[in-house]
Design a protein. Structure first.
Length: 245
């Protein structure tokens, strides 16, 4: 099923669809919820990714990180603990977890497709730190996004994913087959672009490779919807290419 929806002329992805985009290979519901809550963990480029719901007038409204942290994250933790305490086997418990956890992500909540793809590329793409330093061997095929998944953890998974979205929103979106996300900027191009964004923001970018970056990079990171740490890594890498000896 094509899981892309169209909202106000822009393509979006239901958050309940995210674990299915890689057939549960990465980004299980608890990882998604923690990322939306801004929790520091194993997916730094996804931390702070903004999720939305529509208000009564049909306008997208951002969901606060504290809502994710105090409600959805805790509900998922409780679900995991309950299943672990009662499971008859690890595999039985895992299948129960997949079945129950997907529905604990809120209905009618979405991310913008372009923002999600950009963050996912930084985290899991072929130029990501994960790909470059994976000693066990990084496999791009295991991290390609499939916007037309064929499997879910329960029989009613298609209805569950689309709960809260109008049929017209789903029908308006064009079919979305498997798409390796490899057409974005190269790592060096991305780093150069972000350096230029800081200059355009009138930040005094240091030429000394040991000098501290300006405090204003936090605002640029917020504009890019990435963490300050992720931006700092890119800026340091580009500065080293420009001024390193």
């Amino acid at each position: 099923m094509n899981v892309i929806v169209e909202i106000n002329g822009r393509q979006a992805i239901p958050v309940r669809a995210i674990p299915l985009l890689t057939d549960w290979e990465v980004l299980s519901p608890d990882v998604c919820a923690n990322a939306f809550a801004g929790e520091e963990g194993t997916t730094p480029h996804l931390e702070g990714l903004q999720a939305y719901r529509l208000d009564e007038k049909g306008a997208p409204q951002p969901i606060a990180a504290r809502e994710w942290a105090n409600w959805i994250v805790r509900e998922l933790e409780a679900c995991s603990e309950r299943i672990t305490a009662t499971q008859t086997s690890h595999e039985d418990g895992y299948q129960q977890w997949r079945s129950e956890s997907l529905g604990l992500l809120p209905a009618g909540v979405f991310v913008w497709r372009d923002e999600f793809e950009a963050a996912f590329l930084l985290e899991y793409g072929p130029e990501s730190m994960r790909a470059q330093f994976d000693d066990e061997g990084y496999e791009q095929d295991r991290h390609n996004l499939n916007f037309d998944p064929q499997h879910g953890p329960r029989n009613d998974w298609e209805t569950l994913v689309m709960e809260g979205f109008a049929p017209a929103q789903h029908q308006a979106a064009a079919p979305a087959p498997v798409e390796p996300v490899v057409t974005a900027l190269t790592q060096e191009q991305r780093q150069a672009k972000r350096w230029q964004m800081c200059i355009d923001a009138e930040l005094a970018m240091p030429t000394d490779t040991y000098a501290h970056l300006p405090r204003g990079i936090g605002k640029v990171a917020k504009e890019l919807r990435i963490t300050r740490q992720a931006l700092q890594q890119d800026l340091n890498a580009h500065r080293e290419r420009l001024f390193g000896k």
